[in-house]
Structure formats: C-alpha cells, structure tokens
Design a protein around this ligand. Structure first.
Ligand code: FE
Length: 384
C-alpha cells in the first residue's frame, strides 16, 4: 500500500520548501522528491495543494480531552481521548495521570492496556506508554493536584504500574526525601525522570541532575521561579543546555513575553510543546471535574474555585500557531518542538522527522494551522 503526497509545503526539522512530494509505503516514509523530480506511481496520489505537511505531533503531557480524563480509568475514556487527539494533529500520546490513589492509577493503566490490545486502538493515535504526573510532588506547589494523595517517591509502586502498562515518564519533586536517587532508579528502568510541582532550589536540582534528571515538566508553572539569589527551577531550565523543558504555550499559563524570552534563550531542540489538556479540551465552556476537584472553564481557561489555573484546554496545533505568531521563528525550526524533541527526550525511535525510514506519522495543516488530515503509520485516521 503506497501513497504519494504531492505538492506539499514540506516541513521537517531544519528544512522547509514548497512543491515537495513524499512517497509513503507500508507505513513508512520511503522517499522525498524535490520540485521538478520525476514522481513514481503509487496506489493513492494525494494533492496537498501546498498545505503544510509535517511530522505528526507527540503530546507527552495530556490528561484528557473531549469530556474524558485518563484517570476515569475506562476503555471508553482512553478511546475517546486517543481518537479525538488526531483532530489536533497528535499521532503519539502519553496519557498523563493525576495525583490519585494507586488503585486509581492501576485502573487507568489497565484501561490503556485493554484499549491498546483491542481493535479500537487502530482508530486512534499511538500510545507507547503513560506519563505519571505525581503523586510524588511537593504540596507547597500543589497547583490543581489533589493534596490528599501526595506521597513520597516509591519505585516499587512505579514497578507495579509499569507491569500493567509501560510507564515512559514520571514527573515528581526532586527535593523531597529520596527524590534525587529516584531519578537514577527510574532511568535504570528506562523511564524518563522529570521535575514538576517542585519547590527545589538550584542546588536541589543539581543534585537530581547528577542522578540523571534532564527534564522539567510544564516549565515555569508550579516550580521555583527565577530569583537573583537562587535561580530556582526556572533558572535551571534556562542555564543547563542539555535540560529539556515542557512548555504550555496557550498564552495563559505562559504569557507571550515569556514564550519569546524562553525561545530567545533556550536551544529550540530542548523545548517540547505540550497541551497539559484536561477533559474540557475540545468541549464548550462549563464545569468539569479534574481529579475530584471542580473546575470552571470560561473562554477556554480552566480554573479552580480559587482562581488558580487547572490544566488547559489547549490543542497542539494551536500551541504551534501561538509560538509561530509570538516568536516569528521559521516553522522548520519550531517543528522540532512538536515531535522531534519528544522522540529524543523519551527515546521514541522512528518518529519526529519526514525522512526515509521514519514512521509515516503525518499531519497536514492549512496556513492557519488548522488540521486537515492526520495519518498514523501511513493510514488516514482523521479528516476535517
Ligand atoms: Fe501539573
């Protein structure tokens, strides 16, 4: 089964050009053709009308969408999330848990395992594993996580959960008891450690860094800010070149000036756009539950009763558009932040580029960043 995408505005890390063509066969990118090249035959020929064709997005931090939360722990919920993420161009997703009981975490991971084993999973984006956000966080920077379920890092709990469904990333507060050593224990299991909901000093971070921590989750949000006598976690993310940051570019969690500042200071190859979306993403304004807490969504902003932001309703295609509008950087530079960096940070091989040998995970967007079509392994799974 082969598809020839012709007349594309091809965008891949470090390269963009119009009137390009891409041949896909057996789920993989087979060959790229420059303008004027002789094009091969294919089972299907798709004229892209010079709309943007780029690697499908990888969302490594997403709690829910379309009325469902991963912690609902039902196959119906995970199926709805995995299918509806395609509409924002996401082809690989790490469903992300909240600070809840181990019983609830087990149920959520079991639902992911059951979904992936079912035929229904052929209709959604790929789920290589999950991201545990908490429960090992600092209650001083609790945000919209539930303090009732916060506990100390527990590698045995992670092993039990990983036996149900692969855990790819764990976000926790590195300054809590056993936090630094927890980083190396996770790495030994092939899991990416990341800092989140953290009151760590820069010294605390450097200790975790020595134990292999190279990721900061939802950078700037719920972490120690930059201060001139202790640069905190925000300073750590800016100072250490080899530290990846997740970034919620909805212009609410992060103001446009901060987006501009971070892109000016940080190598684009270490920034990962995330949604941090909750169940209200893709839904109308209203009242929604988040891990047992009531949130109010107004004009797309989800807040707790006390006014604190509670997850986002952001879609990745809009995050990319926001960053493009704010920074004015080339789209071939910014495209690194939507899948290529995630594939390196989380060891997800074969995704993140439109190059021969890579998976044919593809999104086609118009010039307004509206998703027109999404392909997973060369199969059309979403059409606007
Ligand atoms: Fe969070």
């Amino acid at each position: 089964m082969s598809i020839l995408f012709k007349n594309c505005y091809l965008v891949t890390p470090g390269f963009e050009n119009e009137n390009m063509s891409v041949l896909v066969a057996d789920g993989k990118i087979k060959q790229i053709f420059a303008p004027g090249d002789k094009l091969p035959e294919a089972d299907t020929v798709k004229d892209c009308n010079n709309n943007m064709l780029m690697p499908g997005f990888v969302d490594v931090h997403c709690h829910g969408r379309s009325g469902f939360d991963f912690c609902d722990a039902s196959v119906e919920a995970i199926a709805a999330i995995a299918e509806n993420k395609l509409a924002e161009g996401v082809t690989t997703l790490l469903p992300t848990t909240l600070t809840v009981s181990e019983e609830q975490l087990s149920g959520a991971l079991k639902s992911a395992a059951d979904y992936v084993a079912s035929n229904a999973s052929k209709k959604g984006c790929k789920l290589p594993g999950v991201h545990l956000e908490g429960p090992y966080i600092n209650t001083k920077l609790i945000g919209a996580q539930n303090p009732a379920f916060v506990r100390l890092p527990d590698i045995e709990e992670v092993k039990r959960l990983n036996a149900i469904f692969p855990v790819k990333k764990v976000s926790f507060a590195p300054e809590v008891e056993g936090g630094a050593e927890f980083s190396s224990a996770l790495l030994a299991m092939g899991i990416t450690p990341s800092a989140v909901h953290t009151n760590a000093t820069h010294a605390d971070f450097k200790n975790a860094y020595l134990h292999g921590m190279r990721n900061l989750s939802h950078f700037c949000n719920q972490m120690t800010p930059l201060h001139h006598r202790d640069i905190g976690m925000v300073g750590a993310g800016l100072l250490h070149d080899d530290v990846y940051i997740e970034f919620i570019c909805d212009k609410l969690h992060i103001c446009p000036d901060m987006i501009e500042l971070v892109f000016a200071l940080k190598d684009t190859e270490y920034i990962q756009l995330i949604s941090d979306a909750m169940r209200a993403s893709g839904m109308p304004d209203g009242e929604y539950d988040l891990g047992g807490m009531q949130t109010f969504v107004k004009a797309g902003a989800a807040r707790l009763a006390n006014g604190a932001l509670a997850g986002s309703t952001l879609q990745i295609c809009d995050a990319l558009k926001n960053v493009y509008m704010v920074t004015g950087l080339d789209i071939s530079e910014l495209v690194k932040t939507t899948s290529y960096n995630q594939s390196r940070a989380l060891n997800l091989p074969g995704i993140g580029k439109i190059e021969p040998g890579y998976c044919a995970d593809i999104v086609i967007l118009d010039e307004g960043f509206k998703v027109l079509e999404t392909y997973v392994d060369g199969e059309l799974r979403y059409k606007a």
